[in-house]
Ligand binder design. Sequence first.
Ligand SMILES: NC(=O)C[C@H](N)C(=O)O
Length: 334
Amino acid sequence: MKKRILLLTTGGTIASQDGGNGLAPVLSSDDFLDYMKEFEDVCELVPYEVCSIDSTNMEASWWLKLAGLIQKNYTLYDAFLICHGTDTMAYTAAALSYLIQNSVKPIVLTGAQKSILQEITDARKNLHDSIRCALDDRSRDVMLVFDGKIIAGTRAKKTATFSYNAFSSINFPVLGQIHDNTVVYYIQKDICGPVRFFNRMDRKVFLLKLTPGMSTEIIPHILSVYDCIIIEGFGVGGLPDRLRQALLEEMQHYKAHEKILIMATQVTYEGSSMDTYVVGRAAREQLPFLETYDMTLEAVLAKIMWILGLHMEDRKEIERLFYKKINYDLFRNE
Ligand SMILES: NC(=O)C[C@H](N)C(=O)O
């Protein structure tokens, strides 16, 4: 029997054309079928247009919509393929990894650096590779397929603005590759337990990138509005003394589960280690923070949005979920 794939389109460069004012999505989800004719005999592709936006405008409501559509259609299809703009595709892949867990059916995201309407483009290859990945019986869970790489949904990051080789798998190997139309897996996933869907995310998460000598005035304002601050620190991690003081003063006004502080690194590769330096340990002794270790920023942001969306009042439970390994997001051994 032919496999059925639900093709969810969202816009992005892959579907764009320059109307004189810059690139914007123009292709409908039906238009995509013209570029997938060679798969007609092996699978049934059913198009559905979720939105038609530059992924600059992607936001949590679309992530929830995508997860909801997949949930609603889960038993009707063998695989799900999402065409997406590349700029925020890593965030969407991470968000879906938390909103849909333990999926034996593949959920594949792809996009392109050039429009599918152009003669010289990466779009057709990425689209075809993604279908091959979606049709492969070994494929599981949320993945991003780009330039021949299969990357776990929680490990992708856009690391090149123009090149076809736009995505990297951060602090974790690629799951596999697609060479000459053949899917090669290096890491194969076993799924235990039933698929789980979630339908809430907390949007009040703030990402603060440290700069040397940064003013601390902003801290009370951030904490009054947001439920979580992710601090992108320097190197392996550490809090400047003044910032530690400001956070200490402000955090006292809230209960432990009300405001979550997360320490991350602004260095792309190799993760954090807050216990290495005095500036990190001093923070550890005084402030209750969670540490990102080898998780990507995209994954951390999506993970805490998902966790806070569960409205838990037990700080321990928040911590347990934050350090729970989901779709290969965290490698650190306890
Ligand atoms: N290559 C792309 O898709 C970039 C585009 N601005 C987007 O993210 O929608």
